[in-house]
Design a protein around this ligand. Structure first.
Ligand code: NI
Length: 167
């Protein structure tokens, strides 16, 4: 299964709330496989299904992919279906980017610690306690499932949005 193209802002599919997964059939298994291949082929650490044009509530996160060692702490590769935020605490401001918004980064308010629940790729419930960079990735990907981009959380375009230097 191939890596797929990551939709780019302002593609309207990125603004569409995703639907819950009802059945763990081969379509969902194929979607997860495609998401993992797409993540592998990307410079990012996480991906939500709407970013490859699938309108379903599935995210994949793997902070071990980050270049900075201090950010790689977490649960390794996580696949979450129908994820929800059960609890969150301690807001802080962090710099964030997105594979679908490659030209910008921004200062965003996020929680430092979160409790996330979802189903794994076999449909088993998992509850993950997470903090730091991984916790931010979870919040960012959950937003994608609700049709929200980090741009929607920028408090001031003038002072909190930054052009990203092209590599
Ligand atoms: Ni993103």
């Amino acid at each position: 299964m191939p890596a797929r193209d990551v939709l780019q802002y302002p593609d309207p599919r990125l603004k569409t709330p995703a639907l819950p997964v009802a059945d763990f059939d081969e379509t969902v298994a194929a979607l997860i496989a495609d998401m993992l291949h797409t993540l592998d082929a990307s410079p990012g650490v996480a991906l939500a299904a709407p970013q490859i044009g699938a309108n379903l509530r599935v995210i994949v996160v793997d902070v071990r992919r980050d270049a900075k060692e201090e950010r790689r702490v977490g649960h390794g590769l996580v696949v979450l279906v129908n994820p929800v935020l059960l609890a969150a605490e301690e807001e802080h401001t962090i710099r964030e980017g997105c594979l679908s918004v490659p030209d910008f980064t921004a200062n965003i308010r996020r929680y430092r610690r979160v409790l996330v629940q979802g189903l794994d790729r076999n449909g088993q419930v998992q509850v993950l306690e997470s903090e730091g960079y991984e916790a931010i990735a979870f919040q960012h990907e959950l937003d994608h499932l609700d049709g929200l981009l980090f741009l929607d959380r920028v408090a001031s375009v003038k002072s909190d949005l930054f052009p990203r230097r092209r590599r």
